[in-house]
Design a protein around this ligand. Structure first.
Ligand SMILES: NC(=O)c1ccc[n+]([C@@H]2O[C@H](COP(=O)([O-])OP(=O)(O)OC[C@H]3O[C@@H](n4cnc5c(N)ncnc54)[C@H](O)[C@@H]3O)[C@@H](O)[C@H]2O)c1
Length: 432
């Protein structure tokens, strides 16, 4: 049987593994399978990424070049822009972007394009796994028809799964290898092959009964996070109105040994996942006539946080007899979370634009980001001297490389949106 032949190739690690989309998700996955002994080939549209990958020069923070380079040198891992290599693949993981359109509808164009390429070079005995975060039903409704078009039958001639990617860039404890991998297939045989495949390279695999369950798992996880962040952001706004320190409240509540999990307020949501994925779910449920009201509400509150931070800056300057207009405001940290270089959807970008609209002269520093693109052009990072000359410094991202003690000494006024100055008491600090 075709499934037995594929299972044997996977067990013996002679299966040729392909990864489409060599970004934050695809590159670490490709590395894990190459390290496990498979021949891995990554496909990406970006010639620059392919060139760097083939030179053993990693562009992904969680994959050191010292790990990538030996795999490239030994021939276990390579990258290409040429999709015809799919002809030789036994397995292929799709790790392409799934952004939102301006209308907050899912943008499926990347998944469509990747599947079209797979369909062109499709052959019996392949295992196809979609990893891109998407709405429940995508694998069966979008991917499967494209693959079955040529006459091959799922569960019999080829195998199809969805497996959500849970990677958390910059997390030193949990990375692709030791994050449990959920996988659900179109048929029981698909699920079993998916389970077998991942268990060759990753520590724990969690099979589920269908692709839809696997798709929904990811959306539950990210929606849970988005809504809880929305809750604490609203609590921060309430605490502000009542003169209560929200950070102290959360820390004390977190001493409860059961039934509570701390989430923290901040300047707004950022990144490729939390601000986006829940809207994939709300878009889909709307089609079934169900309003995703928690998601809409949390989205609204989280979207208000950059405005809340900018109002804090304005009030803090006013308290020092200064207007925002004409003041120098220095932003510390522009990536969407600490110790990474990713600025996608970062609230820092909104905060900068809002401050500029109010007439502030804005600069930024970030040990991981040299420049950012704004609506009207590019802005380059400034060095530490900008702190001394600023009328107000705003901590937007609490990178561990910042010298917070020196900051408190040097800055005239600090708005801390992350509680990075926890434990430090000084008259120039205004907390969220
Ligand atoms: N970054 C994260 O922390 C994270 C975590 C969990 C899930 N995800 C999900 O994983 C998916 C990928 O995210 P990412 O962060 O790795 O994105 P990314 O932008 O870092 O990488 C995607 C890569 O795909 C390439 N690409 C786009 N279209 C292609 C095509 N048709 N063929 C070949 N390559 C193509 C791009 O050039 C890019 O290198 C998304 O659905 C995302 O929501 C991301």
């Amino acid at each position: 049987m075709i499934s037995d032949q594929l299972a044997e190739k996977i067990r013996s690690k002679s299966a040729k593994v392909g990864v489409i989309g060599m970004g934050y998700v695809g590159m670490p996955l490709a590395v894990e399978f190459a390290e496990a002994g498979f021949d891995v080939c990554g496909i990406d549209l970006s010639e620059a990424k392919v060139e760097r990958a083939n030179a053993g020069d990693s562009y992904i923070g969680d994959v050191p070049s010292s790990v990538l380079a030996p795999l490239v040198k030994s021939g276990k891992l390579r990258a290409t822009t040429d999709f015809s290599v799919i002809r030789d693949f036994d397995t292929v993981n799709i790790c392409v972007p799934t952004p939102l359109r301006k209308t907050k509808d899912p943008d499926m164009s990347y998944i469509d394009a990747a599947c079209q390429q797979i369909a062109e070079y499709f052959h019996p005995g392949m295992l196809v796994i979609l990893e891109s975060t998407t709405y429940p039903g995508t694998t069966e409704e979008v991917v499967l028809p494209m693959l079955e078009k040529g006459g091959l039958k799922v569960g019999q001639d080829f195998f199809l799964c969805f497996s959500p990617e849970r990677v958390d860039p910059g997390n030193p404890k949990f990375q692709t290898k030791n994050i449990p991998k959920v996988v659900g297939g179109s048929t029981a045989a698909c699920t079993e092959l998916g389970r077998l495949f991942y268990s060759q390279a990753l520590e724990k695999v969690v099979p589920v009964s269908s692709t839809q369950v696997a798709e929904m798992v990811k959306l539950l996880e990210n929606t849970f996070r988005m809504i809880n962040i929305g809750l604490v952001n609203e609590l921060a706004i309430m605490c502000e109105g009542m003169g209560i320190n929200v950070w102290e409240v959360i820390d004390a509540a977190a001493t409860k040994p059961f039934g509570f999990m701390p989430f923290y307020p901040g300047p707004g949501l950022g990144g490729h996942c939390i601000p986006i994925d829940p809207f994939y779910l709300s878009w889909k449920t709307k089609q079934a006539g169900i309003e995703a009201r928690f998601i809409e509400l949390a989205g609204y509150i989280n979207g208000q946080m950059p405005h809340f931070v900018v109002n804090k800056v304005q009030n803090a300057l006013n308290d020092h007899s200064k207007a925002v207009k004409g003041s120098k405001v220095h932003i510390m940290g522009v990536s969407y979370k600490r110790d990474i270089d990713d600025v996608r959807e970062s609230p820092a970008l909104d905060i900068i634009l809002l401050l500029q609209k109010r007439g502030a002269e804005v600069s930024f520093s970030d040990p991981h980001v040299a420049q950012i693109r704004l609506e009207h052009g590019t802005m380059c990072a400034k060095d530490g001297d900008a702190v001394k000359s600023a009328d107000c410094v705003v901590i937007v991202t609490d990178h561990s490389a910042f010298d917070y003690k020196a900051l408190v000494k040097d800055a005239k006024l600090i708005v801390d949106s992350r509680n990075a100055l926890k434990g430090i008491t000084a008259n120039n600090i205004v907390r969220l």
